[in-house]
Design a protein around this ligand. Sequence first.
Ligand code: PGA
Length: 268
Amino acid sequence: MRRLVAGTGWKMNIGAADAARYATDLLRRLAKLDCTAIDMFVLPPFTSLHAAAAAFGESPVATGGQNMHWEESGGWTGEISAPMLVEAGCRYVELAHSERLQHFGETYELVRRKVDLALRSSLTPIICLGETALEKREGRADEVLAAQLLAALAGQPDARVPDVILAYEPRWAIGTAQAASPEYVAARHRALRDILRQHRGPDAAERTRLIYGGSVDPENGKDIISIADVDGLFVGRAAWKAEGFAKIIELVVAAAQGKSASLTAATA
Ligand code: PGA
């Protein structure tokens, strides 16, 4: 059974002082909840990483970067490296967010190099995949997802694939008024699992976590996380307050209990 995930990316929000306050607030809200069955992460801006990691301390809420460079060090003004993220307490790094692709010219060839370095640095890459509105209209979503997935993981052995988290984030659903419908999410996640099976084998298909992001909130999140092939929720705006993220975490904890009960029933 795949461990479910609840994560939030703060984008260019929440400075160091607010990050520490957020962490204290979130941990207080989670105090009575048994979160041991799920993985949780927050992705603060770089300058808030130390404060967030210190405030989350030994709690099960991990931190991660929102991006990193593909080289370990050197003449790359304005960039941050994998070893720097590790030193700042990170366990995760988000790669290929659509805002990086759209505004900063990132390509999946660069993402592939970053994935490789992240894995060699013991960071879990959260690799975003998603079609544009045009690609969706043209009925090319699954083809686009396959190309992105295969490019990002090129060169990695099949056994390494479950060490990444794949985040399906349709580009037309990020920062908008509406998430993709549960039916649409279910179809794309099924397609992603099939692509993994076909190209990376049954073990990678079975064990790799596929999480959904794009206008998730505590209302629509309930239906989305109950989908069999959805292994987590990745949230922006709705989790920029600790209260919102706590609600998302509650949904994921409940879904983990439901999914493990139905798995037990199916194998009994
Ligand atoms: P949103 O952001 O939840 O605000 O749509 C999601 C994301 O960018 O990952």
